[in-house]
Design a protein around this ligand. Sequence first.
Ligand SMILES: [Zn+2]
Length: 441
Amino acid sequence: MIPKTKQQKHIIDLHGKLPAITEKQKQWAFNNCFDKKGFHSKGSVWCLHCGEVFKMDTSELMISVVGDKAICPKCGTLLKLENSRKTKYKESWYYSIITRIEDYQVCRHFVVEKTMSKYTQCLKEPYYWIQEAVQNWIDKKGKETIVARPCKCIPRVYDAWNFAKPMEIRLRGHSLYYHTHDKYDIDAKHIYPYRNIIPQLKRNGYTGHFHGISCSELFKLLLSDKEAEILAKNKQYDLLRYKWKRNYKEVCVPFSHSLRIANKNKYIIKDASMWIDYLHLLNHFNLDTHNAHYVCPKNLKAEHDRLLARKQRIEAKKELKKRIAEAQKWEAKYQETKGKFFGICFGNEDIVITVIQSVAEMAEEGQAMHHCVYSMEYYKKPNSLILSAKDKAGNRIETIEIDLKTFKVVQSRGVCNKNTEQHDEIVKLVQDNIKLIKQAA
Ligand SMILES: [Zn+2]
């Protein structure tokens, strides 16, 4: 777009004054952006560093099987081997140069490409190509202006830069597809090590590392956000990442008072989300989040896990209480609907089968048998009658469910839902006595 504001006009003016990429900067990219590797197929290796094709003798083959590496006899490069029969190779990467002009921090992003062909004479040696695609101009207050090439419309490619067109001011518009990557936020694998940095960034905590954040994003964050600046200066880089990922632009990271204590004690938070969870747990148990003893634990994970387990235990107890109270409400209803079956009792010399006479008894049965007859609320089911089979000593053997519409045994299960040795005997006993239930129904 045509520059509209005064600042945009000024940036386009400065853009024209930026020097072209130097030979040294290019060479650095060619040497560093591409892994030293070779394509390996049937004992033969194509060196993607110099183009040499060489056979590996068996002893070397042994090494390559173990270490996946080989040394090219021509260029002497230690190559990482990839199994591939390809005869053409093309790879491209983003490469960034960080520079400044006047008060602007400028992130210049280039696309660097390497092409080789095993059998085409002119491409036997690597051919390198480099072009600039995007510049993030960041002023000393962290305001960003994009100068970039336009993109060609290629489905599923978000960054098909059209290098035939000039670089112009671009607006960071909303993408049609919310999941596509922001093409102007480039996190290059390689950044030229010699950087020209505006003093405001150095003052605000930039030390030359990016901590997993792209350069333009980090610069904007450090220049525009006081909290980010404090985090960086106190080396709380995981919290800085945490803040950046969650887009805490106007809101602060929670528990800023605890963070101040951590900073004062030079306590570095290595796992920000665990630390914040932990502070929520401290709060939950009314433990003092203003106290360094709690805020800066020696072993964060152990303390976090201990409190979490405590919370889960309490919640499980509460849940159980709630369920028992709920079940008690059903006791009267159970007596009313199933009471007519309560006298039923049958069996043989080894087994006694009775109808379960209350919700409380069903809870007991479920607990003793470790199955779900109680927790799945069988006492609420109008067409389900639950019986308990016990041995002569009164030990529970299986729990039986009968369908009151069909008068069939739906299931009969022992401890932990397993069948017992007496399973068939029990089912047969119930079927033989089903008339007792039919009569009572
Ligand atoms: Zn080589």
